[in-house]
Each structure stands twice: as structure tokens, then as C-alpha cells.
Design a protein around this ligand. Structure first.
Ligand code: HGY
Ligand code: MN
Ligand code: MN
Ligand code: MN
Length: 408
């Protein structure tokens, strides 16, 4: 028996959720645990209830709905996230959650019974844009991140995570680790150019590259921009600029898949005629190979310390996130590839450049991901787009693999 997803129903849910946190020029902003995130959570929970799911929320706000199987036991879980970055799109994260709802609705409409329970879940703060690290909720749920430490994390707006959870009443009674999947599947947009460039419809994701986020603070001395000779300055801004250039040089020297991003840079007192006394920056380094990622981190910090010394500045660093590369379960990855093949969808195996909740489940249960193409390869951008025909293909592969995993 094979069950077909209803793409019209799925697109309607994507559009409806996309109205929450909609930005006037297009795109979406639902930062983790913001009022917009709260509204999105309430909508998805309402949909879970309407589908007759048994809903649980845990102490960090992860939420899942379970559709009973003929037998009890660990569910086959379809998950992702509904929080977004500040310049987000309709699909990053939301697609995986809403496609999971669609799979469940299609099972309900067909009156289908699966031997194992099937669940759909969303996880708190996958993006890490407001509260670092990313994949925080799934990381806590799966034992990769300590709950107590995460609750104390201060966001970029100075709010502690525990207070943001309380502000939107997002936390629930279930303890850490309450969600123990039989297996975990995540449908997600690729967020890069590979599938579109190679004119493919499905990415069979083999794993997730390593991620290193560091915040660097350089402390110099403010001085008059006109009267202070260059040799006498302690210019924190100039040191930060040299570190940013070094990050680019590391990516150039290592070559792909090494990437380096300085996403946040701020100086104080941030005035046109004052030599900056403090500079704070973030550096995001990623690579599929752990040893190379460590080499990049070591080289960057050694250079940063040298630039600070030469500039007469002090320098400190704080790790915001650090995840090693992850490989998904080969047998489940094969199942995804076979399902794409069976549907006649052009596909290839590929690692994920972005972090995902799936990487937190991979050490604990068979996990895999399905990618669909991103137009122009963009994401974390208000123009993020994936064609409904590609969404339909990805959701159908999700349906087919879940039915096999849950033993329809
Ligand atoms: O940063 C990431 O890769 C993810 O979008 N949180
Ligand atoms: Mn995502
Ligand atoms: Mn994202
Ligand atoms: Mn992600």
C-alpha cells in the first residue's frame, strides 16, 4: 500500500505558518522564543491536536505529537524547527515540520495503520541566531548539551533562555530525553546550490559537517582619530579587521568544503572620529573533516593573538557552538536513496553544509535527511524559495521511508 501526500494541503500550511512573523518586504522573522515563535508554536500544536496526536512538550520547549501504532514502543519521528533567523524564509525548518504533519494527515485520511507509532516534532532554537549554540533544543533532548547551562545562556538581546521560555510559556513537563525515537527523519531545503546546479530533485544526505562558532573580543584604547599617530594606537577595530581577513585566507588555503564566516562585527564607541577601544566579532568555521576544522581553529586563534599583540590590544575568545561532523545511518540513507529512485526522482548523496536537528539524533538512533533544491542556492535570506513540485517530491520520499520504518 503506498499513500500519496497532498501537496495543496502542505503548501497551504506553509503559507499559513509563513504569515506568522512575516516581514513587510517578504520573508519571515520568528527568532527562537520570540512572540512570533510563540504564535507559530501555538498554530502547529493546534494542527497536531486536530490530527488527533498525543502531544508532549519537554522542559526546554521541544514539542512532539505521536500517532499511535498497532503496537506501543519508540516512534518513527519526523522533525525539524519552526524558529528562523532574522532574514528567514518560508521553508528552512518549517518544511520538515509541516511535511511531517502532512504525512500524518495522509495516513489518517487513508485510515492506514502502522505497526510502530509515528511522530512529528519541532525543536526549540535550532537556529542559534538569538541564543547560541544552534540545535539547542534537540541537543538538550538528545544529551549533547546540558540543560542547566543552556537555560542560563544569554541571548544577543541580553535575555536569558530560561526567561524567554517563561515569557512565552514554552516549557512543558516532560524531562530531558523523554523523546526516544525508533528512527529519525528530517526533510529540509538544501540551502545551497548543488541540487539546482546539477538539476536534481532530491539530496540523499549522508551527514552534517563540523561547526565551530567563536566570539572574539579585542580590547584596545579609544583615542582621537586625528591627533593619535598610527604607531601609538591600540586600535581594536583594526585587529578585528585583520582577523576577518585571516578567516577568509584560511578558507582560501584549505579550499572547499572549508567555509569561514564573520557574521557579527561591532566596535565601540562606534564613532567616526574615535579609534575603537573594543571590537566584538563572531567567526563561524565549518568543515566535513574534524582534523581540518581543528587546524582552521588553531590557525585563526594563533593569528588573532599575534594581531592583538602587534596592535597593543588584549584579546579573549568564547566558544558559542562546537559540533563534530556527523555521519547518518548508512542503511537508512540507502532507504532514502531507494525511495527517491522508486519515485523516479533524480538524486545524489551529499553532506549537509548547514547544521540540523538530525545531527543530534544521529548518535542515538538511525537518522537521515532528505534535501530538496533551493532556488539560486540561497537561504537565511528573505528570497528563499523551493518549487512546490520539488516540495511534493521530498514530502513523498519522506512518506515512503516513514511507512517503511513504521511498517505500514
Ligand atoms: O547554522 C546552521 O547551520 C543552522 O541553520 N542553524
Ligand atoms: Mn534549518
Ligand atoms: Mn537555518
Ligand atoms: Mn539547520
Amino acid at each position: 500500500m503506498s499513500i500519496t501526500i497532498d501537496i495543496t494541503r502542505l503548501m497551504a500550511r506553509l503559507d499559513r505558518l509563513g504569515q506568522i512573523g512575516a516581514l513587510s518586504g517578504g520573508g519571515v522573522k520568528r527568532l527562537a522564543l520570540s512572540p512570533e515563535d510563540a504564535e507559530g508554536r501555538a498554530l502547529v500544536i493546534r494542527w497536531m491536536r486536530e490530527l488527533g496526536l498525543e502531544i508532549t512538550t519537554d522542559v526546554i520547549g521541544n514539542c512532539w505529537g505521536i500517532r499511535a501504532g498497532e503496537e506501543d514502543g519508540p516512534p518513527v519521528v519526523m522533525g525539524s524547527h519552526i524558529d528562523t533567523v532574522a532574514t528567514g524564509g518560508l521553508y528552512d525548518g518549517s518544511l520538515g515540520v509541516l511535511a511531517g504533519l502532512e504525512v500524518i494527515e495522509a495516513l489518517n485520511v487513508a485510515g492506514a495503520r502502522t505497526r510502530r507509532p509515528v511522530a512529528v516534532a519541532f525543536f526549540t532554537n535550532e537556529e542559534g541566531a538569538r541564543f547560541a549554540p544552534d540545535m539547542m533544543g534537540s541537543g538538550v533532548a538528545q544529551g549533547a548539551l546540558p540543560l542547566d547551562e543552556m537555560l542560563e545562556v544569554e541571548g544577543i538581546d541580553g535575555v536569558r533562555l530560561r526567561d524567554a521560555l517563561a515569557a512565552i510559556d514554552a516549557a512543558g513537563p516532560a524531562p530531558v530525553g523523554a523523546l526516544k525515537p525508533h528512527s529519525y527523519l528530517e526533510l529540509h531545503i538544501e540551502q545551497g546550490p548543488v541540487l539546482e546546479t546539477e538539476e536534481l530533485e532530491i539530496g540523499v544526505v549522508t551527514g552534517v559537517q563540523g561547526i565551530s562558532w567563536t566570539e572574539i573580543t579585542v580590547t584596545g584604547a579609544s583615542a582621537h582619530a586625528g591627533t593619535t599617530p598610527m604607531a601609538l594606537r591600540h586600535d581594536a577595530g583594526a585587529v578585528m579587521a585583520r582577523i576577518a581577513v585571516e578567516a577568509q585566507q584560511i578558507a582560501a588555503d584549505h579550499g572547499p568544503p572549508q567555509v569561514a564566516t564573520v557574521g557579527r562585527m561591532r566596535v565601540s564607541p562606534d564613532l567616526v572620529n574615535v579609534v575603537p577601544q573594543e571590537a566584538v566579532m563572531t567567526v563561524d568555521l565549518r568543515h566535513t573533516d574534524e582534523a581540518t576544522l581543528q587546524k582552521a581553529e588553531t590557525r585563526l586563534w594563533r593569528a588573532a593573538q599575534e594581531f592583538a599583540r602587534a596592535g597593543g590590544c588584549a584579546i579573549t575568545r568564547r566558544t558559542l557552538a562546537r559540533f563534530e561532523p556527523v555521519e547518518f545511518d548508512p542503511a537508512l540513507v540507502d532507504r532514502v536513496a531507494a525511495a527517491a529512485e522508486a519515485r523516479g526522482l533524480r538524486h545524489r548523496r551529499m553532506p549537509s553544509g548547514a547544521g540540523h536537528d538530525a545531527q543530534m539524533f544521529a548518535p542515538n538512533c538511525p537518522s537521515a535527511m532528505i534535501f530538496v533544491p533551493s532556488k539560486d542556492g540561497i537561504s537565511h535570506n528573505i528570497h528563499e524559495y523551493t518549487a512546490p513540485s520539488d516540495i511534493a517530491g521530498g514530502a513523498q520520499v519522506l512518506m515512503d521511508v516513514v511507512c517503511q520504518q513504521a511498517e505500514l
